[in-house]
Design a protein around this ligand. Structure first.
Ligand SMILES: Nc1ncnc2c1ncn2[C@@H]1O[C@H](COP(=O)(O)OP(=O)(O)OP(=O)(O)O)[C@@H](O)[C@H]1O
Length: 345
């Protein structure tokens, strides 16, 4: 992946929300690249900062109550210091967005076809006829069986899956280089989820775009992600390619997440539950390991020093000082000096 072109370089992003007069970081120094032709998944429990990060990239936080520090280098240009109007020229054109709730993301008073056409009006010089043809071909591309009919329908006349396809058509209308999908299947029922995942997978292959997929669904990750970044309490705690992460997770949090996924072959055994929950941002431990409260066996030093992300195997980064002590007794620990993670990775 590192030979591919970087589409988005997320560099030390800190997103803080104002609560009762003070700012608290929900995203705390996240650095990672999204490459072209890859799906990078960001996973983690509810409240760990995934959406706060996605919204920071898209510039969608309410500016008066949110501070986003750090660089967001989109094709080399920092989009974190752009004005709203400059961002509007990029959003929808070069960066496509897919949200969790397609009904909330669509205008209830506008026909589906017109909502897709709006993006073309905003970002292209197409004629009316060209736009119509393009909308029909987009509806076709996202697997809508009768595009002419759906063009004329309002969101409430469409099923959840159809609405999400319309959202995807809007997101890909201008062939963006970056697609950000924030929980794109969460609001859909299981069969439709599968179809939407398949659609996202095929889009990636045909467009050479980088995809940033925010999800807590590890099944979706296993299916379509190339790399996975695990987030906990505002920080990235593990990054690896998808096979490595599922086969040899190192951070205790990643292991817990993976253990809490039900397996069909193991229906009799009790599901693993991660004890406790992600603390609210006002109460996040800012000293030592942030996961320490939720693991009984942690070393004393983890309470003091803040663990850095370091490379435990090629392109596999972990933010933990004591991951070697537990679980994987049969894995040979690496004794080389660890490489500290930088966003150029
Ligand atoms: N606008 C806001 N004002 C104050 N706190 C916020 C705001 N948005 C999010 N937070 C807090 O920031 C933290 C991270 O929230 P975020 O929505 O990014 O989590 P998430 O990982 O995306 O969770 P989920 O999967 O439930 O969407 C949470 O503690 C949340 O309560």
């Amino acid at each position: 992946m590192t030979n591919n072109k970087i589409i988005l370089k997320i560099n030390n992003i800190k997103t803080s929300f104002k609560i009762e007069g003070d700012f608290y970081e929900a995203v705390d120094g996240v650095s990672i690249n999204v490459y072209e032709n890859e799906v990078l998944a960001i996973v983690g429990e509810s409240g760990c900062g995934k959406s706060a990060l996605a919204y920071s990239i898209m510039g969608l936080h309410e500016r008066s109550k949110t501070m986003v520090e750090g660089d967001l280098l989109f094709k080399g240009r920092n989009i974190n210091d752009l004005t709203e109007s400059s961002l509007n020229k990029i959003r929808g054109k070069e960066i496509g967005m897919i949200f969790q709730d397609p009904l909330a993301a669509l205008n209830p008073l506008m026909k589906a076809g017109h909502q897709i056409e709006e993006v073309l009006i905003l970002h292209t010089n197409m004629t009316k006829n060209q736009r119509y043809e393009k909308v029909i071909s987009l509806l076709d591309e996202v697997g809508i069986p009768s595009p002419d009919t759906v063009y004329q329908q309002y969101p409430h006349e469409l099923s959840g899956g159809m609405r999400q396809r319309v959202i995807i058509a809007i997101a890909i209308a201008c062939a963006p280089s970056l697609l950000i999908a924030d929980e794109p299947t969460t609001a859909l029922d299981a069969t439709i989820q599968g179809q939407i995942i398949e659609l996202l997978e095929n889009l990636k292959l045909s467009k050479d775009a980088g995809v940033l997929l925010i999800t807590h669904d590890l099944g979706v990750v296993a299916e379509i992600a190339d790399r996975v970044a695990v987030m906990y309490a505002g920080e990235l705690v593990e990054i690896a390619d998808v096979k490595t992460l599922f086969k040899t997770p190192q951070h205790p949090y990643t292991r817990s997440l993976l253990n809490s996924v039900p397996s069909v072959s193991d229906l009799q055994s009790q599901l693993h539950v991660i004890q406790g929950k992600v603390p609210p941002i006002q109460h996040l431990p800012r000293k030592g390991c942030r996961f320490k409260e939720r693991i009984p066996w942690i070393r004393d030093e983890a309470h003091e020093s803040h663990p850095e992300l370091h490379e435990v195997a090629r392109n596999h980064y972990v933010r933990c000082t004591c991951y070697k002590d537990f679980y994987f007794q049969n894995v040979t620990p690496r004794e080389e000096k660890p490489n500290v993670y930088t966003s150029s990775t």
